[in-house]
Design a protein around this ligand. Structure first.
Ligand SMILES: *Cc1c(COP(=O)(O)O)cnc(C)c1O
Length: 369
């Protein structure tokens, strides 16, 4: 049996009618940027998240960067980011001109540890930028409390968490603003790069509408130093076709995550992902941890099971940040997890038998090890 980590074709097969109609609608309208499809998608997505504004932009990285720019967070400022996570979050801070200040994760959830934030706050700290990693919302109640204590802005990186809940609120509506990615592999994915900012703040949403379009509201009148960061009509139309399916597709992921949990609990030294009470993750990734990661990955690959590592090198040790002067051993949890995490196949179009086969293959590996 072959179990690919990701296959986008079945999503098209399931939604062929809607996606083809979306394509035709845009082609026949003759309008390709900043039009009715985007406006409608922004309203529909904001409503689905339970937040006042959604502003479509070109990708998730720029969504985060635009929020920092709009808040005037830049040179001389510090932003607290997760030491364990994707480099895009750090890059957004760096592109805005500010300095990322890494904070170690809670080893149970892999998300920013709220207990460790206060000790990192300096007179230059302006914002906290938690990631809802792997589809599990960060502990936003605790993070918002620290932010309120120090007067900091809270920007969620909700790129992996479309539909994830923390208490009775959804990722994207848990801080002052959120950056969202609709990269094709995300739970809600476009068919090319796309992203959005969500926020309840009128002034912030308005400023991002300018900043995504050359800092201009009226053509050729430029009030701000903006970017070109637009979500195209075609991608907005595809996202509108897929949004009504998101809840069901997330539910399918959850069913498969339970299947993994039932069959992998107590196997070898595997550490399975936690879903703390009060949180409903959307299983963007199903990430296990083991000291035997390399051998397990090879064994799975030899048996037709695709896996990935999210992420093999923590941002502070990448060549990109070598100039910033961080050393090996400085963020031990991030470094440990980078050496141990392994993402197993999970998606709305994986079948239960495929997950069972992955589990059997893993159990066989540990029996022999
Ligand atoms: C995908 C992702 C991003 C970047 O989104 P793009 O649309 O690829 O720019 C940022 N942060 C996290 C956590 C992501 O998973």
């Amino acid at each position: 049996m072959q179990v690919p980590i990701l296959d986008l074709k079945p999503a098209y097969e399931e939604l062929r009618g809607e996606l083809d109609a979306a394509y035709r609608r845009v082609m026949e309208s003759g309008w390709v940027l900043l039009g009715k499809e985007l406006e409608s998608f922004e309203q529909e997505y904001a409503a689905s998240v339970g937040v006042k504004h959604c502003v479509g932009v070109a990708n998730g990285l720029e969504a985060l960067q635009l929020v920092l720019m709009a808040k005037g967070i830049g040179r001389g400022d510090e932003v607290i980011v997760p030491s364990h996570g994707y480099i895009a979050t750090w890059l957004a801070v760096t592109h805005a001109g500010a300095r990322p200040v890494p904070c170690e994760p809670d080893p149970r959830t892999y998300n920013l540890d709220p207990e460790r934030i206060a000790e990192l706050v300096t007179s230059r700290t302006r914002a906290i930028l938690p990631i809802h990693l792997y589809g599990l919302a960060a502990d936003m109640t605790a993070i918002n409390a620290v932010a309120a204590r120090f007067g900091l802005f809270v920007l969620e990186d909700a790129a992996q968490a479309h539909g994830a809940m923390c208490g009775d609120r959804q990722a994207g509506a848990l801080g002052h603003a959120a950056g969202i990615s609709f990269y094709p592999s995300k739970n809600l994915g476009a068919l090319a790069d796309a992203g959005a900012v969500t926020t309840g703040d009128d002034a912030l949403a308005d400023r991002i509408r300018h900043l995504r379009n050359y800092g201009s509201k009226v053509r050729y009148q430029h009030e701000h130093i903006g970017l070109n960061s637009r979500l195209s009509e075609l991608q907005a139309a595809f996202l509108r076709a897929k949004l009504p399916r998101l809840a069901e597709w997330n539910a399918r992921r959850t069913t498969l995550a339970r299947r993994y949990e039932e069959q992998l609990a107590g196997v070898g030294d595997l550490v399975l992902p936690a879903a703390p009470a009060g949180f409903a993750p959307v299983w963007h990734l199903y990430v296990v941890r083991t000291k035997q990661r390399t051998a397990l990955q090879q064994h799975l690959s030899a048996h037709g099971v695709g896996t990935q590592i999210h992420y093999p090198v923590p941002p502070h040790l990448t060549p990109a940040y070598v100039g910033a002067g961080w050393r090996h051993g400085e963020f031990p949890l991030a470094e440990q997890f980078a050496g141990e995490v392994l993402s197993l196949p999970i998606g709305p179009h994986h079948r239960a038998e495929q997950i069972d086969y992955v589990c059997t293959t893993i159990r066989e590996f540990f029996r022999r090890a």
